[in-house]
Design a protein around this ligand. Sequence first.
Ligand code: PMP
Length: 314
Amino acid sequence: MSHANTPEWAWMNGQFIPFQECRLHVRTQAVALAASVFEGVRAYWNPEQQELYTFELDRHIARLRQSMRIMRMRIEVPDDFAATCVELLARNGFREDVHYMPTAYLGVPEGNIAMGPTTDEGLFITAVARPPGKALDAGKSVCISSWRRISDASMPARVKAAGNYQNSRLALHAAWADGYDDAVLLNANGTVAEAAGSCLMMVRDGQVCTPPVTAGILESITRSALIQLFQEKLDRRVMEREIDRTELYVAEEVFLCGSGMEVVPVISVDRLTVGSGRKGPVTAAIQAAYFRVARGQDNAHPEWRTAVYRRSGG
Ligand code: PMP
């Protein structure tokens, strides 16, 4: 495997190792059965301060533990796992925006039961540079997918499990085949859940709304942060409520949010233009607030940021 922005180091089971050597056997349940849970975390480069800030790391590690518990994966996460994540970023010397994935995985089953217990399970962390995407300004056209979001009765969406992304992938590739940029999935009840890899918010009649955490969504850390920033920076209370498909057809603004997605305007839904067909004012305001706080250009919520170089003495 080779990639233009391959970093030098990864971390696996207590050791920093060359990125290219961070491997699992094909017989592991992680590879064979998608038996892993993970986090997608951001770190943002602040050029004025010459500092890299990682965003909401403790909450990501708490969610990783929650995912492991729900999936009955007994893998010990060391108390200093957050510090290990930060050290990996520092060792790679990133001076740009980064996306990294702390992951817990299951190993090779001991007996002949494919899903049986394993003892060679563990943890790894990989981090790669990820520059800002064009969609932050240009926005995305989305469809309502004919695929339904997985439900808590079968495969919980609140778990960030690798296997869940097969549901997302079906929806995303179907959307691409039809010429859209992304897919919005309805949940088992037929109301809006989330997009393939992000949560969704809309502005309708001036009110910011987003589906509740019981609507078949990942309990998004970005979503929670935006709910707080809406209140604190924009004096708007976000209503967590069910959203019908056709509300998206008449909303003033729709946007997607997540660690990987960041805050991306939706410019059309099922080819119906949203608002002006460009990034709307509420989306622009919350996007700017998010980046200023996450990048450490706004001092609000210091507890959300961990400085990679100051902390590691770099
Ligand atoms: N929903 C799905 C399906 C996702 O993959 C993601 C990205 N992790 C999100 C929502 C957003 O979650 P977060 O803000 O915690 O990254």
